[in-house]
Design a protein around this ligand. Structure first.
Ligand code: AMP
Length: 696
C-alpha cells in the first residue's frame, strides 16, 4: 500500500526535503498517481478526491516542465485515464479520446484564450461553446448505417473497453438513428448516473444490506463495467453526447454548435445547458451562471467546458500531450475531500435524539472550510466502519450538511479507536436508551436535559412555529444560562428588566423582544401544534391536525383511532401524539400556553353545511353489490361526507354489506347507525343522487 503523505515540502520532522533530487520525487509522484488512477478508473473505488488528485498531478506537471529531460513516456502526464481492464474486449479508438486542460480562475481562462489567439492570428474571430463538465464516464458510440454497433470506454485514450452490451441497456441512448445520418458516425459523450437515481440506489442498497455507491461518478463507472448487462440494466444511467469522432467521406460540419444541433436532431441526448458564446465575457458569465445552478441539476458536474466553436480553428490549434488546445475545463470547487476524523461528539436534539457528529481536521470542500459532518446514528457509524483517527472522504454540496462517504482503510493508523456511544447523556448525564426496532438512541432526561430544553425553545420560536422575531440561538443560550427560562411558557413571563439586564441587550432590544412575544400570541392552531414539538409531527401534519380538530381540547382528547382517521396520520404518528399528551408535563404546558399565557388562534365559524352530508363521517364495510366500493365512496364525498376506514365515536353512519365483520360489531357497540345497501341507495336517492338513471 502506498503512503499518501508523499510530497509535502517538509518531512514530518520539519527537515526540508531534498530538492536536489527531483528524480526521486518524480518517481514517488508517478507511483502515487498510478496507484490512485488505478483505484479511480479501474476499481471505481477512489481514495482521494479529484481535487487532491489534481494537486498531485499539477505538482508532477510542474516538476516535469522544470526538468523536461526527466519526462518518461509512461508518466501519468503522458496518458489519459487508465489502461483498459482485461475483462472486456479491447477497442482501439480511431481518433484518440482526449483529456482536458483545466483552469480554476478567470485569469487562467483569459490566458488560455490569449494562447488560442496567438496561435491562430489576429484576424480570426473566436467564438465558443460552453457546456457543463458532467462527472461521469466518457463513452464512444459507433453507429454504422444508423445502427449502434459498438460502445467503448475511453480507457487510456488510445484503447478502451468494449461495453456495447451494457450501453445498450441505457434507455436514452438510441439503438438506431434516422436514415439521414452519416453511414459511419462516432458519437462521444458522458454516461452518468442521475442524482435521484444515485440516492434511490443507495436507499435500496442500505435496506438490503448491500454495498452503497460512493458518488454518482463511481456509480456510472461501476455500472458500465458489469460483466452481466442485466445488472447494468437495473442501474439508473443516462448519457449526454458532446462530440463526434471522424465521419469519413460524409458530413463535414463547420462548428461545434452545428454538431450539437445535429446530434439533438438525430434523437441523441444532449445537455440543455449547452450555450454558444460570442466572446470570453459570455463564457465567464456562463461559468458563473452554471455554478449557481450546480445544486439544482440532477447530475453531478465538476466544472464547465469551454470549447472553441469553429472546427477549422480547432484543427489549426491541435493538441498537446493528449489535451486539445481548443478546449479547457473550468473546474469548480471540489465537493469531495479527504481529511482525518479527530473525534466524534454526541449532540442531543430536541426530542433527545443523540446524533454522532464527526469532528474533522478542517478541510476546504464545496467552497467552504468544513470541520464537522453529521454521522446520523450509530448504525451509520458501523456501516462505515468508522474509527477515530481514520482518514475519511467527505462530500459537501450546496447547503447540505457535509456527509462522511467512506473510510480510507489503507490509511487507518494502528491506534485508531472505535467510536463508542456513551451510556449517559453528555449534557445532563441521564441514561441513554434505544427503543426496540429504532435506530436512534435518546437521552431519557426529557426537559431536565438542558440540550433538549434549548432545542425545544429554539424550535418553539422558529419561523415555522411561533415565529418569535429576535429570539435567536444566542439569546436562547443566554436565557438558559441565566436561568431565566425553562419552558416555552416562561418566555412570556420575562420582564423588561430581566431582558435589558442581559449582556449585549439594551432596553430597546428588550422592548422589541417583548413586543415580538406579544405578537406571537396570535397565531394559527397549525403553528401552535407544530411549536409543541411532538415527535413525527412536522409542519404538514400539524396543519392537517389543526384543520380536523380546530381546538386544543379536541386534539388532546383524540385517541389513536380518531387520530388515524386524519389524512396522513398513521399508527406511529397517532401513538406519538397520544403519548405526548399522556405526559402530564406536556399537557400542562400546552394548556398553560393556551389558557394562562393566552396564545390564541381564530377558529373559523363552522363552515356552512350546504352539502347534504356535510360534516358527517361514513364508513363502508362488507360487500356492496349494486355499486363498487370506490363508486359509493365517490358519491358520499360528492355529497359532502368524509369516508373513513375505521369506526369511531365520530362515525355518523356505517354502510354494512354482506360479510361485514368487526367494523359492524364496533358500530353496534358504539350505538352508531348501521344501514344495509338497499337503505343506503334509498338514502342517496332521497338526497338527490340520480343513481342508475342513465340505464334503460
Ligand atoms: P479529465 O478526465 O478530467 O481530463 O476531463 C476530460 C473528461 O471530461 C472527458 O474525457 C469527458 O469524460 C469529461 N467531460 C464531461 N463533460 C464534458 C464535455 N461537455 N465535453 C468534453 N468532455 C467532457
Amino acid at each position: 500500500m502506498l503512503p499518501f503523505a508523499f510530497v509535502s515540502c517538509e518531512e514530518d520532522d520539519g527537515r526540508a526535503m531534498d530538492r536536489s533530487a527531483p528524480r526521486t520525487e518524480l518517481a514517488a509522484l508517478r507511483e502515487e498517481l498510478d496507484y490512485h488512477r488505478h483505484r479511480y478508473f479501474v476499481l471505481d473505488d477512489p481514495e482521494i478526491s479529484d481535487a487532491e488528485y489534481d494537486a498531485l498531478f499539477d505538482r508532477l506537471s510542474d516538476l516535469e516542465s522544470a526538468h523536461p529531460e526527466l519526462v518518461t513516456p509512461d508518466s501519468p502526464t503522458q496518458r489519459v485515464g487508465a489502461a483498459p481492464s482485461t475483462q472486456f474486449a479491447q477497442v482501439r479508438h480511431e481518433t484518440p479520446m482526449l483529456s482536458l486542460d483545466k483552469c480554476t480562475s478567470e485569469s487562467e481562462l483569459a490566458a488560455w484564450e490569449q494562447r488560442c489567439r496567438r496561435l491562430l492570428g489576429p484576424d480570426d474571430e473566436l467564438c465558443y461553446f460552453c457546456e457543463p463538465k458532467v462527472d461521469g464516464v466518457a463513452v464512444s458510440l459507433l453507429y454504422a448505417d444508423g445502427a449502434l454497433v459498438r460502445a467503448a470506454t475511453r480507457g487510456d485514450g488510445e484503447t478502451g473497453e468494449d461495453i456495447t452490451a451494457n450501453v445498450r441497456t441505457i434507455p436514452d441512448i438510441p439503438l438506431r438513428l434516422p436514415a439521414d445520418v452519416p453511414s459511419a458516425l462516432e458519437v462521444r459523450g458522458e454516461v452518468y448516473m442521475p442524482i435521484t437515481g444515485f440516492h434511490a440506489f443507495n436507499r435500496r442498497a442500505l435496506a438490503s444490506g448491500e454495498r452503497t455507491i460512493v458518488n454518482p461518478r463511481n456509480g456510472a463507472a461501476g455500472s458500465l463495467r458489469q460483466l452481466d448487462p442485466a445488472v447494468t440494466a437495473k442501474r439508473p444511467l443516462a448519457m449526454f453526447c458532446y462530440s463526434i469522432g471522424e465521419t469519413p467521406g460524409g458530413w463535414q460540419p463547420r462548428s461545434h454548435a452545428e454538431v450539437m444541433a445535429a446530434l439533438a436532431d438525430w434523437g441523441l441526448p444532449v445537455n440543455h445547458w449547452g450555450r454558444w458564446q460570442e466572446n470570453l465575457k459570455g463564457c465567464t458569465d456562463y461559468v458563473e451562471a452554471l455554478l449557481a445552478e450546480r445544486d439544482s441539476l440532477n447530475y453531478a458536474i465538476d466544472g464547465a467546458v469551454i470549447k472553441v466553436d469553429d472546427l477549422a480553428h480547432r484543427s489549426r490549434l491541435g493538441q498537446v500531450t493528449r489535451k486539445p488546445r481548443w478546449a479547457i475545463a473550468y473546474k469548480y470547487p471540489s465537493e469531495e475531500a479527504s481529511t482525518v476524523l479527530v473525534d466524534v461528539d454526541f449532540q442531543v436534539g430536541r426530542t433527545g435524539a443523540i446524533t454522532p457528529v464527526a469532528k474533522l481536521e478542517p478541510v476546504f470542500v464545496g467552497g467552504v472550510t468544513v470541520s464537522n459532518a453529521t454521522l446520523h446514528n450509530m448504525d451509520e457509524v458501523s456501516r462505515l466502519d468508522l474509527r477515530i483517527g481514520d482518514t475519511v472522504l467527505i462530500h459537501r454540496a450546496g447547503d447540505v450538511i457535509p456527509q462522511v462517504m467512506k473510510v480510507i482503510e489503507s490509511k487507518r493508523p494502528a491506534d485508531a479507536r472505535a467510536v463508542q456511544m456513551p451510556s449517559e447523556c453528555p449534557v445532563c448525564g441521564s441514561a441513554i436508551h434505544k427503543d426496540e426496532g429504532e435506530v436512534v438512541a435518546r437521552c431519557s432526561g426529557g426537559l431536565r436535559c438542558r440540550a433538549q430544553r434549548k432545542e425545544r425553545l429554539r424550535h418553539f420560536a422558529s419561523r415555522q412555529a411561533l415565529d418569535i422575531e429576535g429570539l435567536g440561538d444566542k439569546l436562547v443560550d443566554q436565557l438558559l444560562g441565566e436561568d431565566l427560562v425553562g419552558s416555552p411558557a416562561d418566555l412570556y413571563r420575562l420582564t423588561i428588566e430581566e431582558l435589558a439586564g442581559l449582556e449585549r441587550m439594551g432596553v430597546k432590544s428588550a422592548e422589541n423582544l417583548l413586543a415580538a412575544l406579544e405578537a406571537s400570541k396570535h397565531t394559527t392552531f397549525a403553528r401552535f401544534i407544530h411549536a409543541l414539538g411532538i415527535r413525527e409531527v412536522g409542519e404538514t401534519t400539524a396543519a392537517t391536525l389543526a384543520k380536523r380538530f380546530k381546538r386544543l381540547d379536541a386534539l388532546v382528547a383524540a385517541d389513536e383511532e380518531v387520530l388515524q382517521e386524519v389524512e396522513d396520520v398513521g399508527p406511529i404518528v397517532a401513538t406519538r401524539i397520544v403519548g405526548f399528551f399522556a405526559d402530564e408535563a406536556n399537557r400542562t404546558l400546552a394548556r398553560e400556553l393556551h389558557d394562562d399565557i393566552g396564545i390564541y388562534w381564530d377558529v373559523a365559524e363552522e363552515e356552512p353545511q350546504t352539502a347534504p352530508l356535510g360534516g358527517q363521517t361514513w364508513v363502508l364495510t362488507g360487500t356492496l353489490g349494486a355499486m363498487a366500493r370506490n363508486e359509493a365512496k365517490a358519491i358520499l364525498v360528492e355529497l359532502g361526507a368524509r369516508v373513513a376506514s375505521s369506526v369511531s365515536k365520530n362515525t355518523t353512519v356505517v354502510v354494512a354489506g354482506p360479510g361485514a365483520g368487526s367494523k359492524r360489531t364496533r358500530a353496534e357497540e358504539l350505538g352508531i347507525e348501521i344501514v344495509n345497501e338497499a337503505d343506503f341507495v334509498n338514502r342517496l336517492t332521497s338526497l338527490g343522487w340520480g343513481g342508475g338513471t342513465d340505464e334503460t
